[in-house]
Design a protein around this ligand. Structure first.
Ligand code: G6P
Length: 608
């Protein structure tokens, strides 16, 4: 979604800000712009479209500003055109703002300002903030920003500059992430560390209600009463290579191929081989609450919701504890049965998804214990929850989530194992599971080695208009995830179903044009799934089977067979999802789609 980058220092700010915006492109956006201050004058360049266009616009400029703020916008209020693109200048041209989030009361504020003669030039909610700042400015930018924000309800991360104080950027956050970077004689602000990691690894995360001030001499954080507060400087642990393609054609392909390593990293130091159990330090103090809770909810959106479904199935099957999965967007508004004897797990790659954050707030307001399963360290969900587990997948740049999914499932498996052992699973069974989990990275590797076979199948079906994905047990959420990947990046309609449910409706769709991905490992439902394949073939469906290595029977009836290593049900999703990711990827490439930045999608959706 929207991205913010700001710079103040000694170098030309424009290329630094533009480069930062490029690093944020993966989040999804439709217009972009930059404001800079040069010889006491504010100037803005903005446009609909991609940062590369902005770069050409700026190439014509002779200015060498040392202070600038930039933005990538994902339209909410007003179409994605030049007028609505950020930065927005105040009517007087003295103030410039970039904003992420949504101002909920902007209509009322706009009406009040218009009644007093203010003339707006865009349809955005953002413009009311800069209008208020202009109206309230009395010689000190942080005071004007702080006072303006008192009138505002909603979510924001903002950065503001004024020609009256040409060596200052003021930023503020409520509900949308913002981080300040500390370099040598230069300072940065960004909505995502990816924008600044190539310049500095020393950062300060702003918390809700705080203001940050960046000058050429340093950074300062203020509480909402504008008292200076001291904040810890955090050291980022990843390098710029982690957010580069490293020779792969797309970030998504790189991230698919990273999974042997990232799955390993999620489990590193967390498996107890001797005891057949798992260790999750982040939630150790809450294990008692989880075991004795009246309700256990797992809430999430998108791909993370599929990991939640797998978690629910595993916790119930192996730990014999009831759990319930909720779409985060639905949770808040359906008066959930939550109280201080409830535990809510929130799964999120980005840690910034507004729906998931709201679900957490809802749970907290009812007294529940909230636990995060998050990838991005220091993210809003990581900080809003009582405790949690990081999945350690490293930065995920491709909008369609891949490695975060396998790592989320790895952590849900570790959690299940930990709970199951406490609930009476035998040590012997626990050790068997630990050993199976240790084999996962090499099993993923062996599926990746068949990428050529999968690319060939992709070529055969790239013109299909629909796909059906079928699986049973833990492979049903895997089918859902496969269908979501196909929709997200290739724009082909795809649906996931429990394999046997197929005969209660979807079977009406089957003809020779319908490819069906059937996840059919040799597990306890294998015979039934084979029956389903026969039913599909009898109706001329084109079956692509995901089958266990050595299964020759299935190859006789399926049109294509992709082999995966034999796994326990416990580890199956992490391995069986790999061919589905690759299939979606190769079909999207075949169709010429923008794999890393699919249309209309955003990497983290920070609006409800
Ligand atoms: C967006 C992304 C999805 C992602 C979902 C949840 O819709 O496009 O790929 O699965 O958000 O994101 P989260 O960061 O909370 O896991």
């Amino acid at each position: 979604m929207c991205g913010i980058v700001g710079y103040i220092g000694k170098r030309n700010a424009l290329p630094i800000v533009v480069e930062g915006l490029k690093r944020l492109e993966y989040r999804g956006y439709d217009s972009c712009g930059v404001a800079s201050l040069f010889h006491g004058e504010l100037s803005v360049e903005k446009m609909a479209g991609k940062v590369v266009g902005l770069q050409s616009l700026l190439a014509k400029k002779r200015d060498n500003p040392i202070i600038a703020i930039g933005h990538t916008r994902w339209a909410t209020h007003g179409i994605p055109d030049k007028t609505n693109a950020h930065p927005h200048l105040s009517q007087s041209g003295e103030f410039a703002i970039v904003h992420n989030g949504i101002i909920e009361n902007y209509r009322v504020l706009k009406k009040g300002l218009e009644d007093n003669g203010y003339v707006f030039s865009s349809q955005t909610d953002t413009e009311v903030i800069v209008a208020l700042i202009q109206t309230l400015y009395k010689g000190n930018l942080e005071d004007a920003v702080g006072n303006a924000l008192k009138h505002v309800t909603g979510a924001y991360g903002i950065a503001v500059m004024t020609k009256h104080e040409p060596h200052k950027i003021v930023c503020a956050r409520r509900g949308a992430p913002l981080v300040m970077g500390i370099g040598t004689d230069e300072y940065f602000v960004a909505s995502d560390v990816a924008a600044i990691i190539q310049h500095t690894k020393q950062v300060i995360y702003l918390d809700d209600g705080e203001l940050g001030i960046l000058t050429s001499d340093g950074v300062e954080t203020l509480a909402c009463d504008r008292e200076s507060i001291s904040k810890d400087i955090q050291h980022l642990t990843f390098d710029v290579e982690a957010i580069e393609k490293s020779g792969y054609e797309h970030f998504m392909l790189k991230e698919i191929f990273q999974q042997p390593q990232t799955a390993f990293d999620s489990m590193r130091g967390r498996l107890n081989v001797k005891d057949g159990s798992a260790h999750l330090g982040g939630i150790n103090d809450h294990i008692g609450s989880i075991l004795h809770a009246d309700q256990r909810y797992i809430t999430a959106c998108g791909t993370s919701w599929h990991s939640a479904l797998i978690g629910e199935m595993m916790i119930e099957q192996f730990a014999r504890l009831p759990a319930e999965v909720e779409y985060a967007s639905e949770f808040r508004y359906r008066e959930p049965l939550v109280d201080n004897r409830s535990v809510i797990f929130a799964i999120s790659q980005s840690g910034e998804t507004a729906d998931t954050l709201s679900a957490i707030e809802e749970g907290k307001s009812r007294g529940a214990t909230t636990l995060g399963i998050v990838n991005v360290v220091g993210s809003s969900i990581a900080r809003a929850t009582d405790a949690g587990v990081y999945i350690h997948a490293g930065p995920e740049i491709g909008v369609a989530s891949t490695k975060a999914f396998t790592s989320q499932v790895a952590v849900m498996s570790l959690l299940t194992l930990k709970l199951a052992r406490l609930m009476g699973m035998s040590k012997k069974d626990g050790i068997e599971i630990v050993e199976a989990m240790q084999r996962v990275p090499e099993q993923i590797e062996s599926v990746l080695n068949q990428s050529d076979v999968i690319a060939e199948i992709a070529r055969t079906y790239s013109k299909a208009s629909n796909f059906l994905y079928l699986g049973r047990g833990v492979n049903f959420p895997v089918a859902l995830e496969g269908a979501l990947k196909m929709k997200e990046i290739s724009y082909i309609h795809a649906e996931g179903y429990p394999a046997a449910e197929m005969k209660h409706g979807p079977i009406a769709l089957i003809d020779e044009k319908m490819p069906i991905i059937m996840i059919a490992p040799k597990d306890k439902t294998y015979a039934k799934v084979m029956g389903n394949i026969e039913e599909l073939k009898a109706r001329k469906g084109r079956v692509i089977a995901i089958a266990t290595e050595g299964d020759k029977e299935i190859a006789k009836i399926a049109d294509h067979t992709i082999y995966v290593p034999a796994t326990l049900a416990f580890t199956a999703p992490m391995v069986n999802v790999i061919p589905l990711q690759l299939l979606a990827y190769y079909i999207a490439v075949e169709k010429g789609c923008n794999v890393d930045q699919p249309r209309n999608l955003a990497k983290s959706v920070t609006v409800e």
